[in-house]
Design a protein around this ligand. Structure first.
Ligand code: IPM
Ligand code: MG
Length: 367
């Protein structure tokens, strides 16, 4: 029997509640697929800082180093609570970015997946959604402005100034384009390259390297689109996109816009793939305002499990089953209070009930 070690980083806010549902699903998958998942919950994020004075403790690093994959919940606190933690230890800077850097998880997959069963969550008109939206946003995750040198101070004229560097080398760019073209090849053979080469030199190199890499992919059609225009088209005509590739900051912004298309970032799981190790996480924050109320939808967390099954454990069929199981719960008219308003025609259920129903639907599917 194969056995996999999974490090579960529960995170903050709603993290532990939605993680509990992911664990339910992992146990069921283990049973169905005759595999063993060894699950551990090392501390990570703001809760880890309060517990052990470190948002990403050495002991957690050791557990993650030894794991076959990492499943991470959302991290972060509200503004007031955040201020209790020194700036560099706040969980975004002190835990999340170091996690990405440690495992060089350069390829971030964020599905903007809006099938019919979820269409009612979207603010877009039915004629814009058509038969459904299915976009894979591929964001470069460990380069660019977010990881460049940063400097803040007072200059010779006595003025406060800031300097942040947007840096990429050609190998980093080549690597993400390969991932994007491989993904496009497996899907509709259409790749939209998102850039800003009319202003940014980084985009000029980005596009130059893409021209080289795509020579090996004559079967994939590549379309170039400026990032600002892409933002507009995502609203007006999201169905024109299939796979989109972009640098780190563009991906941060446009993937949140993708959450807007879905009606909530709560419907967006993600995969962060590195050469040796990958981790999986919801694309949203820790929603401290609804933490502990058993109302947060665990879709993004369970969807992250589906992505883990596909990318880390080579269980694509079970991943597809899991996606379908989640759709079926919505299609049967159930929803949670974070996604739907009372009186909107859905039956409101809790976080744990949603997880139970997904498990029930999965259990009913052939292995
Ligand atoms: C995301 C988040 C992070 C990012 C933050 C929390 C540092 O917004 O994963 O999109 O900007 O990458
Ligand atoms: Mg973001």
């Amino acid at each position: 029997m194969s056995s996999y070690k999974i490090a579960l980083l529960d995170g903050d806010g709603i993290g532990p509640e939605i993680m509990a549902e992911a664990v339910k699903i992992l146990r069921l998958v283990a049973e169905r697929q005759q595999v063993q998942f060894e699950l551990t919950h090392p501390p990570f994020g703001a809760s880890a800082w309060f517990e052990c004075g470190d948002a990403f403790p050495e002991s957690t690093k050791a557990v993650c180093d030894a794991a076959d994959a990492i499943l991470k919940g959302p991290i972060g606190l509200n503004h007031e609570e955040s201020k209790k933690i020194p700036v560099d230890q706040q969980p975004e800077r002190g835990a999340l970015l170091p996690l990405r850097r440690r495992y060089n998880t350069y390829a971030n997959f964020r599905p903007v997946y809006l099938p019919k069963a979820l269409a009612h969550f979207s603010p877009l008109k039915a004629e814009v959604i058509g038969d459904g939206v299915n976009i894979m946003i591929i964001r470069e995750l460990v380069g660019g402005l977010y990881f460049g040198k940063k400097e803040m101070g007072v200059n010779a004229q006595g003025k406060r100034y800031v300097n942040e560097v947007l840096e990429y080398d050609e190998d980093q760019i080549r690597a993400i384009h390969k991932v994007a073209l491989d993904t496009a090849r497996k899907r509709k053979k259409l790749l939209h390259n998102i850039h800003k080469s009319n202003v940014l030199k980084s985009s000029v190199l980005w596009n130059e390297v893409l021209e080289e890499v795509r020579q090996d992919y004559p079967d994939v059609k590549v379309e170039h689109i400026l990032v600002d225009a892409a933002a507009t088209y995502l609203c007006l005509k999201p169905t024109m996109f299939d796979v989109m590739v972009m640098e780190n900051m563009f991906g941060d912004i446009l993937s949140d816009q993708g959450g807007g298309i879905l009606g909530s970032l709560g419907l967006m799981p993600s995969a962060c793939l590195g050469p040796q190790k990958s981790y999986y996480e919801p694309s949203h924050g820790s929603a401290p305002d609804i933490a502990g109320k058993n109302i947060a939808n665990p879709y993004s967390m369970i969807g992250s499990v589906a992505m883990m099954l596909e990318f880390s454990f080579n269980m694509s069929q079970e991943a597809a089953n899991l996606w379908q199981a989640m759709q079926s719960v919505f299609a049967a008219g159930y929803s949670t209070a974070d996604l739907s308003k009372p009186g909107s025609g859905v039956t409101m259920i809790s976080t744990s009930d949603f997880g139970d129903r997904v498990a029930q639907a999965l259990r009913a599917m052939p292995v």
